[in-house]
Design a protein around this ligand. Sequence first.
Ligand SMILES: Cc1ncc(COP(=O)(O)O)c(C=O)c1O
Length: 501
Amino acid sequence: MNCAERLVAHFGTQADVARRLKLDRAVVSNWVKSGYVPARWAMEIEAVTEGAVSALEILNEANHRRPVRVKSRGEDENLFESVISRSDTMNPFLPAKRIQSFHPPQRTLMGPGPTEIHPRVLTTMSQPAIGYLDPVFVEMMEEMKSLLRYVYQTKNPLTFPVSGPGSVGMEYCFVNLVVPGDKVIVMRNGVFGGRMLENVERCGGVPVVIDHEWGTPCDPQRLEDTLKAHPDTKVVAFVHAETSTGCLSDAKTLVEVAHRYGALTIVDAVTSLGGVPVLVDEWNIDAIYSGSQKCLSCTPGLSPVSFSERVVDHVKGRKDKIQSWFMDMNLLLGYWGATNRTYHHTAPTNSLFALHEALVLIREETLEACWARHRRHHLALKAGLEAMGLKFLVKEGYQIPQMNAAMVPEGVNEAEVRKRLLNEFSLEIGAGLGPLAGKIWRFGTMGYSCRPDNVMLCLSALGSVLQDMGHDVHVGDAEAAAHHAYAQMHSVAAQQKKRAA
Ligand SMILES: Cc1ncc(COP(=O)(O)O)c(C=O)c1O
């Protein structure tokens, strides 16, 4: 008797087998007809028959009946009788190089993003695919929205991840809020403020730019002066944490000033979310976007956004057609809104599983502990970099803990240093952008990359490379300074704990 027949004999009838395994009877009948049980049922059948039909027997029989092919089909094995000869028509398009599966190297990522990804997030991302309207997925979407409300500290119902990188989140905010002809103030103190300006222009808005020296924060007084001069301003936009310089602006005050003059606000929190407080409700932010690949430490390609009720009403009340079909909030609501989900676009399901897990990790750590971790490792890294003689671009008090911009010392070939860090230590740090290219290095301590082992590796590797290239660096000083900083922070924390007990 083969395994399928033994299974039927064990339970009595095909119907009994189907009932025990919660399968359709046709499936069991098919096993009997084909004379074997497919391998994937091996473990379950061993369990339900309590070993009477063992997994090994099922696997051996199934493999004998239907061997698993592990090798690709040979060139000359023509499975389908093709009317066109493969060699004639396809080969001209074959890549010249023999291409095999891609296996990225293990890197330590301490640039401005993306970050390393927690193993739990990677595992979740590799789970079997399901449909984007599967009820299980829809349930996960609701959890995701509530987890995002937690990290954004908001009750905004319209809080969800847009499919696309941070740039798509940025564009989503501008296309929905800016009506052609609207006056929009853009506070620019780095690369990403410049991108906001591009968006205003492309949406047909009338931009008013407040330019700041790179590395300085957006100035609330200059915003107030500009609003006085342009009282018809509809929107004020700025970057909370400017990744290109490592400078943090006072989002709360900037929003307060904008509201005093009746303007809505768009805030870029791509680098700030998860690393420093971003209190959407307390600061009354109208529209905000972020990215999945920075302090949330997920795979790139998702942009969590949140709109206040005021913005939702504003967008719903627009009389014109929003210029982007994909990013039209009214249409996206059909998929991400509260009721009856309908197809809008094919959501990147496995990336969304990953984001859900990344947010669960933050929830488990708690947001406050997550901010404190970013601050702790920033202080240790900073102590080490300064001990090596490096100076920070941004003044104390405005430095973003998760994005450390340090000046490249005089006479150092900065690109060569980065190249050697990558080749010899598998460590990535970031270069300067725009006018800061060649002048700064950007050290990210974001999300899962924000760990003591990364900080120490970075300091050791940088010290070794600089010394090897003939620069005046004493290897070991930076590590000692970082250790000292950690020790001091631990001692303060221990004393606080003692006092609280
Ligand atoms: C502050 C800021 N805004 C926007 C973006 C754009 O995000 P993405 O590269 O995910 O499109 C970035 C990317 O680094 C950023 O740092």
